[in-house]
Design a protein around this ligand. Structure first.
Ligand code: 4NP
Length: 156
C-alpha cells in the first residue's frame, strides 16, 4: 500500500503545487515511486481547474522541476479520510483544514509542513501571491529543504 501524502495551501496555485512537484521529484530520485501517492489541494476554490501561477512554474522550472501539468482543486472532507498525511503550508490553512474535519477524527494527520523544516522560522510558508519575484524563490528554498527532511522521515 502506498503512503498517501497531500499538500495543502490556500489557492493550490503557488505553494502546494510546488511542494507536490518537489516532493514527487525527490521520491522519484530515491526510486520510491511505488511507495507514495502524492497530490495537492487548496482550501479555497477560486482557482479550481487552473494551472499553477506562471511565476511559480518559472521558479520550479529554473530548479529542474515541472509543475506545468497540475490543475488546482479544492480540498474536500473525503481527502481527510483518503490521505495518510496532510501537510498544510500555514496556520490559516491548518484552521481551515481542521474545520473540514467535523468529527475531529483526522486531527492527528493534519500538520504544518514546516514542522519538518530543519530551519522552521515561524513555521508558515509565506504566501508569495501578492509579493515580488524573490518571494517565489524563498518558497522554493523552504519547500526544497523541507521536502528532503520529510521524505527522510516518511521513508524510515
Ligand atoms: P497559494 O497562493 O495559496 O500558495 O496557492 C495564493 C494563490 C491565490 C490567492 C491567494 C494565495 N488568491 O487570493 O487568489
Amino acid at each position: 500500500m502506498p503512503t498517501r501524502v497531500l499538500f495543502v495551501c490556500l489557492g493550490n496555485i503557488c505553494r502546494s503545487p510546488l511542494a507536490e512537484g518537489v516532493f514527487r521529484q525527490k521520491v522519484h530520485e530515491h526510486g520510491l515511486d511505488d511507495q507514495f501517492e502524492i497530490d495537492s489541494a487548496g482550501t479555497g476554490a477560486w482557482h479550481a481547474g487552473e494551472a499553477p501561477d506562471a511565476r511559480m512554474r518559472e521558479t520550479a522550472r529554473r530548479h529542474g522541476v515541472s509543475i506545468d501539468e497540475q490543475r488546482a482543486r479544492q480540498l474536500v472532507s473525503a481527502d481527510l479520510s483518503r490521505y495518510d498525511h496532510i501537510f498544510v503550508m500555514d496556520r490559516s490553512n491548518l484552521r481551515n483544514a481542521q474545520a473540514l474535519d467535523r468529527s475531529g477524527r483526522h486531527a492527528g494527520k493534519i500538520r504544518l509542513f514546516r514542522d519538518f523544516d530543519p530551519n522552521p522560522g515561524d513555521r508558515n510558508v509565506p504566501d508569495p501571491y501578492y509579493g515580488g519575484a524573490d518571494g517565489f524563490e524563498t518558497v522554493y528554498q523552504i519547500v526544497d529543504r523541507t521536502s528532503e527532511a520529510l521524505l527522510r522521515e516518511l521513508s524510515e
